[in-house]
Design a protein around this ligand. Structure first.
Ligand SMILES: [Fe+2]
Length: 135
């Protein structure tokens, strides 16, 4: 069973970003499955690396979008992104050092993403939709 199932309650209504959010959860689910299935540390390490790469690319896409529409909350939003990426890098280093990829860490990733999407991401989403309505 997946650690997280996507549903429309966390959709922003910005198709490209929603697709990227779905893909983020797919990567967390893939990581969960790799750990659960007892895949070797090399295989799990590769999924962690791909997850971080995808998260970084996605955050860059969001930040480009916020810049393109002059979103005033960009700096605070980017700080949240940077903190999450730092935390993921710590998790990666700890894993390389031999710490297990625990359920607690996977739950942290899911909780952070859900909370960020439902809270912080909603901020720029509302801003963009309001701007589009004004024309
Ligand atoms: Fe974001």
């Amino acid at each position: 069973m997946a650690i997280f199932e996507w549903d429309d309650s966390i959709a922003l209504g910005i198709p490209a970003i929603d697709e990227q959010h779905k893909a983020l959860f797919d990567w967390v689910n893939t990581l969960n499955e790799a750990v659960r299935d007892g895949d070797g540390s090399e295989a799990v390490g590769e999924v962690i690396w791909k997850l971080i790469t995808y998260v970084t690319e996605h955050f860059c896409a969001e930040e480009r979008l916020m810049i393109s529409c002059n979103y005033p909350g960009l700096v605070a939003h980017r700080n949240e992104h940077d903190q999450f990426v730092s935390r993921l890098r710590e998790i990666q280093v700890n894993f390389i050092d031999g710490h297990e990829m625990s359920k607690k860490i996977l739950d942290f990733m899911v909780d952070w993403l859900v909370c960020h999407i439902k809270g912080t991401d909603q901020g720029y989403s509302r801003f963009i939709h309001a701007k589009a309505e004004k024309g």
